[in-house]
Design a binder for this molecule. Structure first.
Ligand SMILES: [Mg+2]
Length: 364
């Protein structure tokens, strides 16, 4: 590691939109492409850090370019210290508030700073965080949108073909009977020891969730994700109390204070953190301490490449959500073996850009 701290020279960003091999229809939005903002943090010392934001919409990815350009000027000359950088970004966004796309950018800068530190230290991010480079248990989340039961069963079978021991399907169809038919079709097609997660993407009302979630106790479901509005912790705790199947929440927690509120309300059995909402690598580390104190297992949401390093360093590590969406723009996509995401001993968080892929998918 360099004796002197790295100094940030510039931030650059490229918006891309990558077609999905398996489109994902959710109750909220139907994804045919993944819109990313690819962020590179360059230092005066020649070391670079990389990360990406998942922007949901192409227009959001584009809209963040002038914001990254602003932040590049604001942060130039700062030490590549995640604490110092996040304080500076928080000050800059104090009045608009660190939510939504601004939170994505702030978190991505933090993740890129940690990558630069790990590259500079010549060690994988997981090692820098005190963990062992290892395999991380993953579930396959590529696809299984709101589709017909027989199509869902076929797709589930394809998703476990590579040795995955768990898959996630989206639910929240117009009627619960339709969801139930799809869940049963998928469950019947999968081996008994393959876990099936279901994700409502906040589709249900409280009263519907109180009726439907306990019925899923009989259907061999591993967890029920976000049955109702993500920030309604009071009602979520009542649903969790009424349902034997574990409830899973957390992808919408923006930084650590709402996590404390969710835990105080006993809103969930399991937790999942989203790198770009929880506050990057720094936010994840703080959040994982709270999860440990509250005895909650932690899974990841999106960003499998960086999340694998973070989960390896999370005391209550649970499941990695595996998605291949970023593979076309990565030099070395995350490798999966028998359902395990395999970290390598390469320095950094594993992200290096594939120039041809970026050229092909960049948004003008
Ligand atoms: Mg979800």
């Amino acid at each position: 590691m360099t004796a002197h701290p790295l100094k940030l020279r510039s931030l650059t960003a490229v918006p891309v939109s990558i077609p999905l091999k398996r489109p994902v229809g959710t109750k909220a939005h139907s994804f045919r492409t993944a819109a990313f903002l690819l962020l590179t943090l360059d230092t005066e010392e020649g070391v670079s850090g990389r990360s990406y934001a998942f922007c949901y919409l192409e227009s959001i990815a584009r809209s963040l370019l002038p914001i990254v350009a602003d932040l590049s000027q604001v942060l130039a000359g700062h030490a590549v210290s995640p604490v110092e950088l996040s304080n500076a970004v928080a000050r800059y966004f104090k009045l608009p508030g660190l939510y939504g796309p601004l939170c994505m950018v702030a978190s991505s800068i933090d993740a890129a700073a940690w990558d630069a530190l790990a590259v500079s230290a010549n060690m994988p991010l997981a090692t820098l965080l005190g963990a062992t480079v290892t395999g991380v248990r993953a579930y396959n989340s590529n696809g299984l949108g709101l589709m017909e039961p027989s199509a869902a069963a076929d797709e589930a079978e394809e998703l476990v073909a590579g040795g995955f021991r768990a898959v996630k399907m989206r639910v929240g169809r117009p009627t619960f009977a339709e969801d139930l038919a799809a869940i049963r079709a998928v469950r019947n097609r999968l081996a008994d020891d393959v876990n099936l997660m279901v994700d409502f993407n906040q589709a249900l009302s409280f009263s519907a969730a109180m009726e439907y979630c306990p019925l899923l106790d009989e259907e061999g479901v591993y967890w029920i994700e976000e049955p109702i509005r993500h920030d309604d912790f009071t009602h979520a705790s009542m649903i969790a109390a009424a349902t034997r199947t574990p409830i899973q929440l957390g992808e919408n927690l923006v930084s650590v204070p709402p996590l404390l509120n969710a835990l105080k309300a006993d809103a969930t059995d399991y937790l999942m953190f989203d790198l770009d909402r929880i506050g990057g690598v720094s936010g994840w580390r703080l959040a994982s301490g709270l999860a440990l104190a509250a005895g909650r297992e932690v899974s990841s949401h999106l960003f499998p490449e960086i999340s694998a390093h973070l989960l390896a360093a999370t005391p209550t590590m649970h499941w990695l959500e595996y998605l291949d969406w970023a593979d076309p723009i990565l030099e070395e996509p995350l490798r999966i073996e028998n359902g395990m995401a395999m970290l390598t001993s390469k320095p950094g968080n594993g992200i290096t850009w594939n120039a041809d892929g970026i050229e092909k998918y960049r948004l003008d």
